[in-house]
Design a protein around this ligand. Sequence first.
Ligand SMILES: C[C@H](O)[C@H](O)[C@@H](O)C(=O)CO
Ligand SMILES: [Mn+2]
Length: 416
Amino acid sequence: MIRENYDMAKKAYEKWGIDVENVLETLKKVPISIHCWQGDDISGFEVNQRELSGGIDVTGNYPGKATNPDELRMDLDKALSLIPGKHRVNLHAIYAETNGINVDRNEIEPKHFENWVNWAKERGLGLDFNPTLFSHEKAEDGLTLSHPDEEIRQFWIEHCIASRKIGEYFGKELESPCLTNIWIPDGYKDMPSDRLTPRKRLKDSLDQIFAADVDESLNIDAVESKLFGIGSEAFVVGSHEFYLGYALKNNKLCLLDTGHFHPTETVSNKISSMLLFSDQLALHVSRPVRWDSDHVVTLDDELREIALEIVRNDALDKVLIGLDFFDASINRVAAWTIGTRNMIKAMLYALLTPNEYMKQLQEDGNYTERLALIEEFKTYPFGAIWDYYCEMMKVPVKEAWLNEIKTYEETVLSKR
Ligand SMILES: C[C@H](O)[C@H](O)[C@@H](O)C(=O)CO
Ligand SMILES: [Mn+2]
């Protein structure tokens, strides 16, 4: 039935001039950067493990969380076997492997990520990276790169430079540039009496970090903004405007997290504007339920709109798609599978839309047909193409992946 359904669906799209085979070939080449931290609730594997801090939180206590790097990689392998296509894995500095030696964040080196690189190499995966500027005693008061204490600020500058060098190493070893993204929690719970001074310090810290000699063909730098966090409700130093200005002036990438804006403000609406002034941008696709709650990504309106904007604007190689959610109330391998499959589904949906025709309708002022087609395409047989794609890519079709998760839970996760 999968083939028959596909043939019928293909005809429906071909009537609109959509070359479905071509679409599937394009989709195969869209990498999604899958965040490792869904697998262990952002605990990491440092010798001196700290409580999660930085105004982010993971809730739930589903059994089976990965407790060491081998378990995390095994879980990622399971998820990757259920997700069609070749993707990337996104690491944080706290996932360093230091052989039981306590290595502080400013001293991490490429050698601490050798196992990750070998694992990625064997599987043909790319790796992305993030310095970890939270869950550490030097970030206890919620300030890092904007800290008034020079010693603390310098510590975090060193950590970010070390992280860029690890990114460069990933890029070189895996022959695919690594996106190294800086996110800091810095902000104030209550009204600041001075917004400028912390921002001046953050700007200076970034200048020092990016002055370090790192090959930009191997490592791409990004900066991630935020509106608020737990404990930084009134003021965040690294706001959207701050980083937009910084990135444009210094030729860095802005990273937009879909949970980091006002609840009715959408990232989909920012992509076209930003790409007019910047060659590339990066995303953390998440699902903010009333706040930056980092729920597992679902195939909702905003996800489809983000995908449509990427496709309509011919920006498949300009928007670097990463995921950022962490839910410990459900099976973590299922969380990765659901969220990543949804991101890919959204891209497929966008590629199966007659975007050029619909653009012309708007130019012609034909808003009736524009709305009619937007709505009609929602019930086009997109699922039949998706099922065929999964079969073609040798991953489970429809919800069949759930059986594999159940078996994995019984045989592996429940034994931890
Ligand atoms: C763990 C991540 O780096 C973190 O979620 C960051 O990207 C973020 O979005 C903080 O709100
Ligand atoms: Mn994020």
